[in-house]
Ligand binder design. Structure first.
Ligand SMILES: *Cc1c(COP(=O)(O)O)cnc(C)c1O
Length: 365
């Protein structure tokens, strides 16, 4: 049936047979009585996982495979590459993906080609030459936006796979498969789950062969999502559109207010008119996401003090929960190349004025 994404999030991923519960309960099961189509949960998944895959696949416009974490999903994509491949990667991708890619390069599995998120010509070029093109947009932690419509529609050499880590955007802000990507990846730990209480990952594809290949990788690597996590992710996704609506609003307002703060040197949020990513993002994104970052005016001590002083906002890593979180990224191993005073903030669903009062006083502490 044709319906809006908001309706789909609530109505799909359910077993509508008479007498079935509205919500597929978590099914803690590894094996099933034979003969049966369902034999072992690492192969055929539990019912709970199937329902979640229906929902995630439907909202992104493809077939979904759910994993135990975003990294398990990313690893399945990278590890299908034959030895000797070339991998086009953003200059600063998510640090776990970066670690995995660098390890593979050190082992001689593939060569990495680094491209800045805004360097559209090089991404287009990579589509014609690399084996895997891995785009992350909006990107960690400077919130750069890659021109997805141009990159996704660029001619690809036979066999080139274009994957988009769409974690920061969620399906509410962009649908990369509709633009022409081969794979959409999510850390469902973040906005899809939405409550900072689980680890999960997703890959969504349209091509049947690619789906089977990634399913096979999941089977051999043992990366399938657990049943309880699948249940919680499904439950979280019922309100994805409502959470995003509030979080996007809060993020935009906080970004604006931060630009006027005496102790803030620079704010990065694609929704700000003078942000270098605003023009590109406006061409294809439906909202600019709920993650922003900013730099304090000193070399980092003030940022640390602010992170320690917040009382409503949570000083914690990760993102995408109903709770607003913030942290310095510079202190994370492997992230020393980003500005030392940079704070990344994942904006949640609290009252805007409460958030601002907390942030303002923390920045003055
Ligand atoms: C968190 C994150 C990942 C990794 O996901 P996990 O669920 O932590 O394994 C990958 N990409 C991005 C953009 C992320 O934010």
């Amino acid at each position: 049936m044709n319906m809006d994404k908001e309706t789909f999030l609530i109505s799909s991923g359910r077993d509508r047979r008479n007498g079935a519960p509205l919500n597929s309960p978590p099914m803690p099961a590894s094996n099933f009585y034979l003969p049966s189509e369902r034999v072992y949960s690492r192969n055929e998944q539990t019912e709970t996982v199937n329902r979640l895959e229906e929902l995630v696949g439907g909202i992104e416009g493809g077939d979904a495979l759910m994993f135990g974490s975003g990294m398990a999903a990313a690893a399945a994509v990278l590890h299908r590459l034959p030895v000797g491949s070339t991998l086009a990667l953003p200059t600063d991708p998510y640090h776990g993906v970066n670690g995995l890619a660098e390890e593979g390069e050190a082992q001689g599995r593939w060569k990495i080609w680094r491209i800045h998120p805004n360097d559209t010509d090089s991404w287009v070029n990579a589509c014609a030459t690399a084996d895997l093109v891995w785009v992350e947009t909006p990107a960690n932690p400077l919130i750069d936006v890659t021109d997805l419509p141009t990159v996704c529609s660029a001619p690809r050499r036979g066999g080139t796979i274009l994957a988009v880590d769409s974690t920061f955007a969620t399906p509410m802000c962009q649908l990369p498969l509709n633009l022409g990507a081969d794979i959409v990846m999510h850390s469902a730990t973040k906005f899809l789950g939405g409550h900072s209480d689980l680890l999960a990952g997703a890959l969504i594809v349209r091509d049947d062969n690619l789906r089977d290949e990634l399913h096979h990788r999941r089977l051999l690597n043992g990366g399938v999502i657990g049943s309880l996590e699948a249940f919680l992710t499904l439950r979280g996704m019922r309100t994805l559109h409502l959470r995003m609506e509030r979080a996007l609003d809060n993020a935009e307002q906080l970004a604006h207010r931060l630009t006027t703060h005496p102790n803030v040197a620079k704010v990065r949020y694609p929704g700000l008119r003078d942000d270098p990513n605003n023009a590109i993002a406006a061409t294809f994104m439906d909202g600019y996401g709920a993650v922003l970052s900013f730099e304090t005016t000193d070399d980092g001590d003030q940022a640390t003090r602010a992170c320690e002083a917040v009382e409503i906002i949570h000083h914690a890593t990760s993102l995408g929960g109903v709770e607003t979180t913030m942290e310095r990224r510079f202190v994370i191993p492997g992230q020393e190349n980003i500005p030392p005073s940079l704070i990344r903030m994942s904006v949640g669903c609290e009252n805007l004025d409460d958030l601002w009062a907390d942030l303002d006083s923390a920045l003055r502490s």
